[in-house]
Design a binder for this molecule. Structure first.
Ligand code: SAM
Ligand code: SF4
Ligand code: SF4
Length: 339
């Protein structure tokens, strides 16, 4: 088990399998056109499998596949099959916008994927189109149904709450998730790379989300806290559970066990980190597993990142990056780094 400077173990991996996406959510992908990662730099499934095995040898046990839109990566179920067999990996999950689940949910399940989270911020198709700049709301809803039908029982729905956009839908989204047999998690709007229209007044604090739900549904009870989990979980009087992720107003870096790997093999120790470690070059220069494990161990033992807490201390907080900065380094983008 490898630990950083704050005794945080390396347990969870967010792996972005592509920077491409079939939506253009404005809080994540603000521009009209993009600087995409060159195709030849994108890791092969075999390269990802090897890195995950090395990381599992250092104690990582949880993998979440993300992107961009991970289901756009051709033949993703083959990667799932590889990763499901890596010794030490006990939790294999996917975060997706859901559009392609109708086609892929069954094969992902058969390949050994354990859990799916679908992102859905609104029940209104025209609002969806305004946010995502694509009119594909019905496919997301059908994707959620397809995931249930394929047997994914611990389904989650992620909703980013943006004041003035969807904060009037909290109760409807919660009821929708309950009807679909999913647990909803309300996420505070974050000033991550890509969110270059972020402003503090558009954030709905977790406390306000909780108070509003309590007003509508009655007393809310907290569920036991997992210090490494981003979501604080609660139940309504009827037993419905839900989560709130307070990354912006009450960050939880103290228990953070997550590292991120971009589709082109740059390893980041924090969602907000400016610099990462280039594991692709090590892989492609023929480094041994021991050398790569050494680079990862060194990076993690030196880790002191507390990105969201640092942002919380920032006075006059505005967007993290400008469009011109994002243009210079696509790795700063949320859709490249993986949410
Ligand atoms: N395309 C997939 C999806 O949307 O689920 C996976 C990648 S996406 C970057 C992962 C998660 O990050 C999504 O749930 C998305 O809503 C969230 N996200 C993106 N930008 C965000 C922001 N500015 N604040 C909070 N969450 C954000
Ligand atoms: Fe939206 Fe996810 Fe695509 Fe970002 S990566 S634009 S959050 S669907
Ligand atoms: Fe972990 Fe960085 Fe997120 Fe804090 S901001 S929880 S350290 S990834």
């Amino acid at each position: 088990m490898v630990q950083d400077r704050f005794q945080r173990s390396l347990r969870s991996l967010r792996i972005s399998v592509t920077d491409r996406c079939n939506l253009r959510c404005s809080y994540c992908m603000p521009a009209q056109d993009y600087v995409w990662l060159p195709r030849e730099s994108v890791l092969s499934f075999e390269e990802i499998r090897r890195l995950v095995s090395i990381l599992a040898g250092l104690g990582a046990a949880k993998v979440r596949l993300t992107g961009g839109e991970p289901l756009l990566r051709r033949d993703l179920s083959t990667l799932v099959r590889f990763l499901a067999k890596v010794p030490g990996i006990s939790d294999l999950a996917l975060t997706t916008n859901g559009i392609l689940l109708q086609e892929q949910a069954c094969e992902l399940r058969a390949a050994g994927l354990h859990r799916i989270t679908v992102s859905l911020d609104t029940l209104d198709p025209s609002r969806f189109e305004k946010l995502a700049r694509r009119g594909r709301h019905a496919e997301v809803i059908a994707g959620i149904d397809a995931a249930r039908a394929a047997g994914f029982e611990r389904l989650k729905i992620n909703s980013v709450v943006v004041r003035g956009f969807n904060d009037d839908e909290l109760a409807d989204l919660l009821r929708f998730a309950r009807r679909k047999g999913a647990e909803i998690r309300f996420i505070e709007y974050m000033d991550v790379g890509g969110a270059n229209r972020w402003s503090a007044d558009r954030v709905v604090p977790g406390k306000e989300i909780r108070d509003r739900l309590e007003h509508l549904f009655g007393p809310i009870s907290p569920l036991p806290v997992d210090p490494a989990a981003p979501a604080k979980r609660f139940t309504l009087p009827d037993g419905t559970s839900f989560g709130i992720i307070t990354s912006t107003t009450a960050p939880f870096c103290g228990g953070c066990d997550r590292a991120r790997l971009t589709a082109d093999g740059i390893w980041y120790l924090c969602l907000y980190a400016r610099e990462g470690t280039d594991l692709r070059s090590l892989l492609r220069q023929g480094a041994t597993d021991e050398t790569i494990a050494g680079a990862i161990r060194d990076g993690w033992t030196r880790r002191s990142d507390r990105g969201a807490e640092d942002r919380f201390q920032t006075r006059d907080r505005g967007a993290l990056h400008s469009l011109s900065e994002l243009r210079k380094d696509p790795h700063l983008e949320m859709h490249t780094r993986g949410g």
